[in-house]
Design a protein around this ligand. Structure first.
Ligand code: SAM
Length: 268
C-alpha cells in the first residue's frame, strides 16, 4: 500500500512539477492533495484517501475498476498500481479534460501510467454520462470511483450511467461528500438498494454497496465511518470555495513576488 504510494509520488515528481495543497486535510485531518504547479484545478485526492483505496483493494481484490474523473492520474495510477499487485485485470478512466489545463493533465496522466508500467490502466477521453457505455470494457465492474463534476444532477447522472455495468457486490466510492451533488446521488443509490458509509477523510469519501455482507465488512474495516451521515450546512460548500479561491490567489501573488525577487538578486 505504502510502496504503491511512494512509487506514484516519486514517478509523478519525475514527469511533472506539482504543488501540495491542503497539506493537513480540507474538512478532516488528512491530505496532502496535489495540483500541477501553477494551476488551481484539478486537485487530486489526498494521500490519506489513497490509503482507503489501498485497504479496499487489499481486502476485496477487485478485477475491474472504472473511474470517472482522472485529471493528471494521481488516484487512477495509485489504484492501478495497487490492483496490478493484487491480481487486478483492468482499470478504465473517463475524463472530459474540461477542468484546468485538461490536455496537460491528460498528458501527465499518460506519462505517469507509462513510466509506472501500468499495463492494466486505460485512460479514455470522453464525457460522462454520454460516453460511459462506450468507455466500459466489462459489464461487471467490482470497483467504481466517481470523482468528476461534483454538482447536482451530474453526480447522479454519472452514477446512473455506470450502474448497469456493476453487480450487487460492486463497491462504489464517491469523493467530496461536502459538495452539493453527492447527497442527492446517494439518495438515488438508496433507491437502488445501496447502503453507504461516510468516512472522515480529508475531503470526505463515501463507500456504497448493495450486498449486506460486504457492507458489514466495510463497517468493520472503517469503524469511524458513519452510515447515512447527516448533510452539512448549506453554507459550508460556498464558504470553502471562497476561502480556497482567496488562498490560491494569495499563493499566486506570493509566488510571483518571490520569483521577481529571485530575478532581481540574479541580475545584481
Ligand atoms: C477532481 S478531478 C479528478 C481527480 C482525480 N480523481 C485524482 O484524484 O487524481 C475531476 C476531473 O473530472 C473531469 N470531469 C468533469 N466533468 C466530467 C464529466 N462529465 N465526464 C468526465 N470527466 C469529467 C475533469 O476534467 C477533472 O479532470
Amino acid at each position: 500500500m505504502t510502496e504503491s504510494l511512494h512509487r506514484v509520488v516519486n514517478t509523478l515528481n519525475e514527469v511533472a512539477k506539482t504543488s501540495l495543497v491542503w497539506k493537513h486535510g480540507l474538512i478532516n485531518r488528512g491530505g496532502p492533495h496535489r495540483v500541477l504547479t501553477g494551476t488551481m484545478l484539478p486537485i487530486s485526492i489526498g494521500e490519506d484517501e489513497c490509503a482507503i483505496f489501498g485497504r479496499l483493494i487489499e481486502k476485496f481484490r477487485p478485477q475491474h475498476a472504472f473511474i470517472i474523473g482522472n485529471a493528471f492520474g494521481f488516484s487512477s495510477c495509485y489504484i492501478a498500481d495497487m490492483m496490478q499487485h493484487h491480481g487486478g485485470q483492468k482499470v478504465v478512466t473517463l475524463d472530459s479534460e474540461v477542468e484546468g489545463k485538461g490536455q496537460d493533465c491528460a498528458k501527465v496522466a499518460r506519462q505517469l501510467a507509462n513510466k509506472l508500467e501500468l499495463t492494466l490502466l486505460v485512460n479514455k477521453k470522453g464525457r460522462s454520462p454520454a460516453d460511459t457505455a462506450w468507455a466500459v470494457e466489462t459489464d461487471q465492474h467490482d470497483l467504481v470511483f466517481i470523482d468528476g463534476d461534483h454538482s447536482h444532477p451530474q453526480v447522479t447522472l454519472d452514477f446512473e450511467s455506470i450502474l448497469p455495468f456493476t453487480h450487487s457486490g460492486t463497491i462504489f466510492v464517491w469523493h467530496d461528500f461536502w459538495w452539493s451533488g453527492i447527497l442527492p446521488c446517494l439518495r438515488t443509490a438508496e433507491k437502488h438498494g445501496f447502503r453507504w458509509l461516510w468516512l472522515p477523510t480529508s475531503c470526505e469519501m463515501v463507500l456504497g454497496v448493495r450486498d449486506d455482507a460486504i457492507f458489514a465488512s466495510l463497517q468493520k474495516m472503517f469503524p469511524d465511518g458513519v452510515e447515512n451521515q447527516k448533510p452539512h450546512s448549506l453554507l459550508l460548500a460556498p464558504t470553502i470555495l471562497v476561502k480556497e479561491f482567496i488562498r490560491q490567489a494569495w499563493d499566486a501573488v506570493t509566488n510571483r513576488f518571490s520569483s521577481i525577487q529571485r530575478t532581481v538578486r540574479q541580475i545584481k
